[in-house]
Design a binder for this molecule. Structure first.
Ligand code: G
Ligand code: G
Ligand code: NA
Ligand code: MN
Length: 256
């Protein structure tokens, strides 16, 4: 049976689960937050990664309800962690289509009001291509998120066709440096120089930068040498179910 025809049922049956991958400050090894990454616990196929079904979700017209589900799960999890004494910033991936959803802002506002979760703990990740679908709409949405107290990051930064334009046009809190720049940074001088430039650019624009796909201590060391202090990647932790994030929480600053 085609996965596509099963999506709606899967959403109703809550077969989608959020996993959380730590983001860290490399010098102190302190966790600064997590990215929520969805997994499909498929009854027959086992665990499916988003690469195998996100496109289908987007094409099949359920992306609006799908994202409402993931954001709601993430906000509920923020609340659970708060009850345990930790403020854990969580980023949720959005699709381009979510920016075109007139009712999305209202949904988020209601959700935050209903749960009492601080918007400062919520972040949205957008890819460059998602923001390009309609740059004016993206600009407006990101501005509204900011007015609401929600941060926006640009995911896979550097892989789009006009990365500088996004920085100029959009009110971005954080740039997530695509893992393709990190992969060979210990071997390829050019990659190291490009990252050095991106870090300097972000710094001068007061935009945070986090390196993705950090897998080795050598990569981490070079990134730190380039003044890139924040990272995400298998070296620091894979995406795990919420319960397994628990062991990482004590490394966070405790609640004030
Ligand atoms: O885990 P995997 O490598 O298959 O992830 C592939 C892509 O899916 C990543 O770019 C990630 O940003 C995206 N992704 C992960 N979770 C979600 C989600 O909840 N919603 C959307 N729209 N994309 C997601
Ligand atoms: O595009 P996005 O950055 O949202 O993609 C997230 C995906 O990247 C997840 O599927 C996650 O499992 C994967 N990922 C996270 N850290 C690493 C890493 O260090 N190396 C590789 N190859 N993939 C990673
Ligand atoms: Na992401
Ligand atoms: Mn990415």
């Amino acid at each position: 049976v085609a996965l596509r025809s099963q999506l709606y049922h899967a959403l109703q049956q809550r077969q989608f689960h959020l996993y959380y991958q730590p983001k860290v400050r490399m010098d102190s090894q302190e966790m600064t937050g997590v990215e929520a990454i969805v997994r499909w616990h498929h009854p027959d196929e086992g665990m499916l990664l988003p690469a195998s079904f996100i496109d289908l979700v987007e094409q099949s017209g359920i992306i609006h309800s799908f994202t409402r589900y993931t954001v709601e799960e993430a906000v509920n999890q923020i609340k659970i962690w708060q009850k345990q004494g930790f403020d854990v910033p969580v980023s949720v991936n959005l699709s381009a289509y979510n920016l075109l959803d007139d009712a999305f802002i209202g949904f988020i506002a209601d959700l935050l009001a209903k749960t009492g979760v601080s918007p400062s703990l919520l972040e949205f990740e957008l890819t460059e291509s998602a923001t390009m679908v309609d740059i004016d709409v993206s600009k407006k949405m990101i501005k509204t998120f900011k007015e609401m107290g929600i941060k926006t990051s640009i995911d896979d930064f550097g892989t789009g066709m006009s990365s500088f334009a996004y920085l100029r046009e959009l009110d971005i809190h954080t740039v997530k440096l695509d893992r393709s720049f990190v992969k060979n940074i210990h071997q390829i001088e050019k990659d190291e120089r490009i990252v050095e430039g991106i870090v300097a650019l972000c710094r001068s624009l007061s935009i945070n930068i986090i390196a993705e796909g950090v897998e080795t201590a050598r990569q981490a060391e070079i990134l730190q040498g380039l003044d890139c202090q924040f990272a995400q990647g298998f070296l620091f932790g894979k995406p795990v179910p919420s319960g397994l994030v628990h062991s990482l929480l004590p490394s966070m600053k405790s609640l004030a």
